[in-house]
Design a protein around this ligand. Structure first.
Ligand code: ADP
Ligand code: MG
Length: 394
């Protein structure tokens, strides 16, 4: 792996790296970030498989100031990780080592990778699956916020899946713990997920700053994306996308949202609320009707009222199935060749095939709608914001 560091190096500065290599055997790359590489690694004594995030802090590639920034933000990341490790929906930091050139963070290995890759494979998720993912995500956010920690980079690439398909929140690189009453002004995060107040704040010096509400906005963007298969705010020109965000301009378009419930749209619209004070908190979101549906105890308890309710719902569902069946158009070769996309089943099949073929390309593409999930470093936002400001001034 990291060609410079070898087991047995005697340089005192590299003591941390040496310790890491003595204890762990790094294997193949399983992920990459802006200034980090993540590898599978094996604990030499026990054979346990883990993941190591290796953050490079060498002067060759960065200016002195960038170096300091990476170092201090990684130390902050370690502090937050140590504070929150142990929550069932948050990644566990197992070990950390520092050397003059690298920092090593050892985590649980999340074998099923990113929620993003899972989503591109499945194209869209069901309401049931979205419910279980969003519940776990919001519980993690609720826990962070109870400790006054803001994540600031919630997105499907930073949500990982374990062996059982349960999610764990990771990448605390932009997170920070606030002191009571503190507001933030810094422009950071990933463009498609930035809350309107983060953008407004960086354009207006008199803005009071932003707080933990920004994480709930990102949860709204994630929830929309899981159900629609594409993000709510996207435009080929990033500047226009940022404007859409600031105005809270998005749509539950057709056909993706035709079959989705009002309950689910209601929750999304309360998370994608431009005014932070009116946006749902994590507690409020978890209390939303959407999370009260299909609770396991409803199935288990059979009070007379529940029995009656189940009976009525079954009758109503049967009527609905019967009437829909009667209204259904017969599938003819003509419809299939003329307008295949109008048929729900065929539409899903086409989308799924397209993603199996183009998935790798979409991840890097510039022109594709779904590429917005991945694109853009904060630096680009700054440039775009500058031009947006110029345009506003004109
Ligand atoms: P960055 O801060 O540079 O974005 P991340 O912590 O998000 O770094 O890691 C980059 C990528 O590495 C993730 O998006 C994911 O694909 C992979 N990764 C990170 N941690 C783990 C882990 N514990 N298990 C499996 N893959 C991981
Ligand atoms: Mg990341």
């Amino acid at each position: 792996m990291t060609r410079d560091l070898q087991l047995g190096d005697e340089l005192p500065d590299w003591a941390g790296a040496k310790e890491f290599y003595q204890k762990y055997d790094p294997k193949e790359v399983i992920g990459r970030g802006v200034s980090s590489v993540v590898r599978r690694c094996v604990h030499r004594q026990t054979g346990q498989e883990l993941a190591v995030k290796i953050i490079e802090i060498t002067a060759e590639k960065m200016t002195e100031q960038q170096l300091e920034e990476v170092k201090s933000s990684t130390l902050k990341e370690i502090h937050v990780l140590k504070t929150v490790s142990g929550h069932p929906s948050i990644i566990t930091l197992i070990d950390s080592y520092e050397s003059a050139t690298f920092i090593f963070l050892v985590f649980d290995l999340m074998r099923r990778g990113e929620l993003f890759d899972y989503l591109t494979q499945k194209v869209t998720l069901s309401e049931k699956e979205t419910r279980s993912i969003m519940r776990a995500l919001l519980q993690a956010v609720q826990y962070l916020h109870s400790l006054r920690i803001i994540h600031r980079d919630l997105k499907p690439e930073n949500i990982l899946l374990d062996d059982n398909g349960h999610i764990k929140l990771s990448d605390f690189g932009f997170s920070c713990q606030l002191v009571p009453g503190q507001r933030l002004r810094e422009l950071c995060g990933t463009p498609g997920y930035l809350a309107p107040e983060i953008l407004k704040c960086s354009m207006d010096e008199t803005h009071p700053g932003y707080g933990q509400e920004v994480d709930l906005w990102a949860c709204g963007v994630i929830m929309f994306t899981l159900l629609a298969g594409s993000p709510p705010f996207w435009h080929r020109k990033q500047m226009l996308m940022l404007r859409m965000i600031m105005e809270g301009r998005y749509q539950f378009g057709s056909p993706e949202w035709d079959d989705r419930s009002d309950t689910i749209k209601d929750l999304i619209s309360r998370l994608l609320e431009v005014e932070p004070a009116k946006r749902l908190t994590a507690d409020q979101a978890l209390a939303h009707h959407f999370f009260r549906q299909y609770e396991p105890e409803e199935v288990r308890s059979f009070s007379p009222y529940r029995k009656f309710r189940v009976l009525i719902l079954t009758v109503l569902a049967s009527i609905r199935v019967y009437t829909r069946y009667r209204r259904a158009r017969p599938l003819t070769r003509d419809i299939l060749t003329r307008d295949p996309y109008s048929l729900r089943g065929v539409r899903r099949l086409i989308d799924a095939c397209a993603f199996r073929i183009y998935g790798h390309w979409v991840k890097k593409g510039e022109q594709q709608n779904r590429a917005a999930l991945f694109q853009n470093s904060p630096k680009i936002v700054l440039l775009e914001l500058a031009s947006l400001e110029e345009e506003e001034a004109d």
